[in-house]
Design a protein around this ligand. Structure first.
Ligand code: NAD
Ligand code: ZN
Length: 358
């Protein structure tokens, strides 16, 4: 048996208001006159309470990016090429936003030093050179992108991460005040990404004690804030931020499962975003995760969240086939969920029936 040897985020700061320490934290990493580039979700464009606190100095620059679509290899290449043309090098890349901006920042940092297109590096361990210094500052919690070894990109061929030892952030700034004003529905969808990571990891065949210890803590925090507490308050934001961290650490040493495999199919074909896509799928997975789905439904009811239905109603046979291709390709996810003999249960016919329910 060969055990996975994986890198973790190098530096972590956590606490209400710690965003204001960013200037001091990055200062030692400034390389001459090369700028720090902040990749910021454009939802904050007019929000001076955040933008006004970004510690710009010298030629540092804010690049606003939209999270309307999940990050694409083309978008990563365009940003990195423009930065290379303008500045040659950068001191660092700092992502501020939800999973989309964190992934964009990771990928741009890697493409500042690696030749070609980011699409060339979608896969496992294809990145050979460390990227520019990169920092993640979440404004939405749940994906675990702040701690993961991947940056998920949609490329010309597939939706697949740049998974490498150089992908994790050098620094993360976890300030629960920054997630306070996320819209309720979005907070729930992304929060459920974390809850689903826990369920898939804790019930998976890849589980080990490392993964379990993080997964159980994340699960406990999710159940407390989404099921047990009656009001959403600052304490809930504090706990959601740490649940995301622990959930991400849990899957670092295990794998996700059925919900993620099917949700990737929806995302590739229909552009369904990760958090809501996972919710749409998970709602129909009682067969695989009876206890997790029961609690999920209770959370949906308690928070009065709308989970879209019927999104596959008008799809053609060819479209179903494409989604099934994408989902079936994710073999480690199925193996984690159902064991080595997963193909006995998971057939194309079975997946078609499941997608038809959504
Ligand atoms: P997101 O970053 O896509 O943002 C969702 C929406 O919330 C956007 O409209 C955004 O503008 C808005 N938003 C974010 N923060 C806000 C705030 N504080 N206030 C108001 N609006 C805010 O959402 P997400 O669910 O965090 O991330 C999804 C992305 O993460 C997907 O691209 C997915 O592929 C990726 N992901 C990556 C990993 C990884 O390990 N790298 C893991 C899971 C998901
Ligand atoms: Zn996820």
């Amino acid at each position: 048996m060969k055990f996975k040897n994986f890198p973790m985020v190098k530096m972590v700061v956590y606490g209400r208001g710690c965003f204001d320490q960013t200037a001091d934290i990055i200062k030692p990493h400034r390389k001459g006159d090369y700028p720090f580039i902040y990749i910021v979700d454009d939802v904050f464009k007019d929000k001076q309470e955040l933008i006004g606190r970004v510690p710009l100095s010298g030629t540092d620059k804010i690049v606003f990016a939209s999270a309307a679509d999940e990050p694409k290899t083309k978008q990563v290449d365009a940003i990195a090429n423009e930065l290379k043309d303008t500045y040659g090098e950068v001191s660092g890349v700092i992502g501020i936003g939800g999973g989309s901006m964190l992934d964009l920042a990771k990928a741009v940092s890697l493409m500042m030093t690696n030749p070609g297109s980011s699409a060339d590096y979608q896969g496992w361990d294809l990145v050979k050179v460390p990227g520019a210094y990169h920092v993640g500052i979440p404004t939405l919690s749940g994906t675990g992108a702040e701690v993961s070894r991947t940056t998920v990109l949609t490329g010309p061929e597939r939706k697949l991460g740049m998974n490498s030892d150089y992908t994790p952030f050098d620094q993360i700034v976890l300030d629960p005040e920054l997630i306070k004003n996320a819209p309720k529905n979005q907070r729930f969808y992304t929060g459920m990404d974390c809850y689903i990571h826990c369920v898939e990891s804790l019930t998976g065949t890849y589980l080990n004690t490392f993964s379990q210890s993080y997964g159980e803590k994340a699960n406990e925090l999710c159940e407390e804030i989404f099921l047990e507490k009656n009001e959403w308050d600052d304490d809930s934001d504090d706990k959601l931020m740490m649940a995301s961290f622990h959930g991400g650490m849990s899957i670092a040493y295990s794998q996700v499962g059925v919900a993620h495999a099917l949700s990737y199919g929806l995302s590739f074909l229909l552009g369904t975003k990760h958090g809501i896509g996972n919710c749409i799928v998970f709602d129909h997975l009682e067969e695989f995760y009876p206890d997790g789905v029961k609690k999920f439904k209770a959370m949906v009811d308690k928070h009065e969240i709308y989970i879209p239905k019927g999104i596959c109603a008008d799809l053609t046979d060819a479209q179903f086939e494409k989604m099934i291709d994408v989902a079936m390709f994710l073999e480690p996810l199925w193996e984690n969920a159902l064991g080595k003999n997963w193909r006995e249960t998971i057939t194309r016919k079975k997946l078609r029936e499941m997608y038809e329910l959504m």
